[in-house]
Design a protein around this ligand. Structure first.
Ligand code: 5RP
Ligand code: MG
Length: 271
């Protein structure tokens, strides 16, 4: 039963594609509180809030091995993307000063540190967040305890998130049920570079897996050699973030390429 039908959150207060189910619950809680006396006995989950339709955001992956090139690219594309990724090669080559610098250069953007943590989750999350990242990645192959500790670090800092990176994971759906239990909200469904270059194309099994993960409540980022022509393949899926690297960076006019991705997304998912 809907107790507060058609309760509409103003556009200006939320950016829908960023919302995880936890964010949505928090918003419901805030609404319950703002309904004053009702808040005492109104269960937030019973409040029906209409969230706006999700249009995926674009995250440009800065997969460089030196900071000046990454800075130049971030500066060029920042007007056309919502998030910037400090790519794994950049994290390894330049360390967290890359996160720090891009954060200072682009203060209004979401910054993801693609550290792909395999162990020492709490400390690696702390290092990435201390440097200014909003989001960081932990490998799906990492032990559950690594994930738990990274999530604990993120939970102690509002607005910070851990994303499970699915590169190389075979039994995604079975694992996903366990990850859900430990509190994972976000994942990166990733066709790895090497697989993409040598042997793997996007196929129906990817669509089905992404769809099932969304159905389970995960907020999904998708990555791996995405190109403008690839996007229609994902039509109909409620994807939160498209990560695009080479198809933006390796063009004569990266800002223009990023804008073309935005236009394509708006065409498919609605502006
Ligand atoms: C490689 C990565 C890349 O950042 C990701 O694949 C996006 O880059 P591209 O669009 O060039 O594939 O994490 O491991
Ligand atoms: Mg990456």
């Amino acid at each position: 039963m809907s107790l507060i039908p058609d309760c509409q959150i103003p556009d200006t207060q939320i950016i829908p594609a960023f919302l995880t189910s936890r964010d949505r619950k928090d918003i419901r809680l805030q609404i319950a509180a703002s309904w004053g006396m009702l808040a005492g006995y109104l269960k937030p989950d019973l409040i029906e809030v209409k969230f706006m339709a999700n249009a995926p955001i674009i995250q440009c992956a800065l997969d460089y091995v030196n900071l000046p090139e990454a800075m130049a690219m971030a500066y060029q594309v920042q007007g056309a993307v919502e998030a910037l990724e400090i790519g794994t090669p950049l994290c390894k080559a330049e360390g967290m000063r890359a996160v720090n610098t891009i954060r200072a250069l682009c203060p209004g953007k979401i910054i993801l540190a693609d550290v792909k943590t395999p162990d020492v989750g709490g400390l690696e999350a702390k290092i990435a967040f201390d440097a200014g990242a909003d989001w960081m990645t932990v490998l799906g192959a990492a032990p559950l305890d690594t994930l738990r500790l990274a999530l604990e670090e993120a939970d102690s800092r509002p607005g910070h998130e851990v994303l499970v990176e699915l590169t190389g994971i075979k039994d995604v759906l079975a694992q996903a049920a366990i990850w859900r239990e430990v509190g994972v909200e976000r994942m990166v469904y990733h066709r790895g570079w090497d697989e993409g270059n040598l042997s793997r194309t996007w196929d129906e099994s990817d669509r089905q897996a992404i769809s099932a993960l969304i159905e389970m409540g995960f907020t999904m980022s998708v990555a791996g050699g995405l190109e403008l022509e690839t996007f229609s393949f994902f039509e109909g899926l409620d994807i939160a973030v498209f990560i695009v690297g080479r198809a933006i960076r390796e063009t004569p006019d990266p800002a223009r390429a990023a804008r073309a991705f935005r236009a394509r997304i708006d065409e498919i998912w609605g502006a």
